[in-house]
Design a protein around this ligand. Structure first.
Ligand SMILES: C[S@@+](CC[C@H](N)C(=O)[O-])C[C@H]1O[C@@H](n2cnc3c(N)ncnc32)[C@H](O)[C@@H]1O
Length: 218
């Protein structure tokens, strides 16, 4: 097995972030500065390269319906919704009304409010209450880690094709699964499960905080 990889530096990371399409998109820049102004909690937002990655993935698989579990201030939802064709629909699950209010403002500014339906409340309940026949082309799981496996199991039967799970490195803590670190244990167990799950084909990519792409097998 090849062990070839190139360790990333801050300079190389910044270089990568600058070298992408829409790197200086004014709407995203504005939303990012409003998110940063929230202080430490802004760390929850997906990084710029992941935002572009999401858009490209959604467009590449021609997704028209999607669900985001954990919407926060809306960066991921905008990245997904603007990659849709004319009639796409995203369900955005979020527990905190303050974040949804901020996201909604930006959806309107982006002219995407008709493509995104915010579902306020615990995402587990939202997903359980979806109509039986609802199906998604794409899912982005990015909320409370303790429920990641539940989100995965509930959404898999509803998926037509691809899904993405964020924070699967949990800032490196998946490597040292201390009993006290429940989220690291959950994610470590889920990484093991996903790589052996015959229902999907998956890869854990070393970008952002570790991103799993899972393709549902037909
Ligand atoms: C990492 S952030 C999501 C970042 C977002 N996807 C983005 O594009 O920037 C996680 C979000 O999940 C929300 N959240 C946490 N637990 C939740 C739950 N049980 N149900 C719904 N949302 C939840 C948090 O309020 C937070 O906004």
């Amino acid at each position: 097995m090849s062990l070839t990889f190139y360790p990333i530096t801050k300079e190389l990371y910044d270089y990568a972030v600058c070298h992408r399409t829409y790197a200086s998109d004014p709407l995203m820049q504005k939303l990012r500065s409003e998110t940063m102004a929230l202080g430490e909690i802004s760390e929850m937002a997906i990084p710029p390269e992941e935002e572009s990655f999401l858009s490209i993935l959604v467009a590449a698989c021609n997704a028209k319906t999607a669900i985001e579990v954990g919407t926060f201030t809306g960066i991921g939802s905008i990245a997904i919704a603007r990659a849709f064709p004319q009639y796409g629909k995203l369900v955005g699950c979020e527990i905190n009304p303050q974040w949804i209010a901020l996201a909604y403002k930006c959806w309107k500014e982006a002219g995407l409010e008709h493509k995104i339906e915010a579902k306020l409340g615990p995402a587990l309940k939202t997903i359980q209450e979806l109509e039986e026949e609802v199906r998604f082309d794409f899912a982005f799981i990015d909320a409370d880690k303790e429920n990641y496996e539940n989100y995965y199991e509930l959404l898999l039967p509803k998926m037509r094709q691809n899904g993405l799970l964020d924070n699967m490195f949990w800032r490196g803590r998946v490597l040292c699964s201390e009993k006290s670190d429940k989220d690291a244990l959950v994610l470590n167990r889920l990484n093991d499960k996903l790589s052996n799950d015959t229902r999907i084909e998956s890869v854990l990519l070393p970008i952002a905080d570790g991103v799993v792409i899972a393709r549902k097998k037909s």
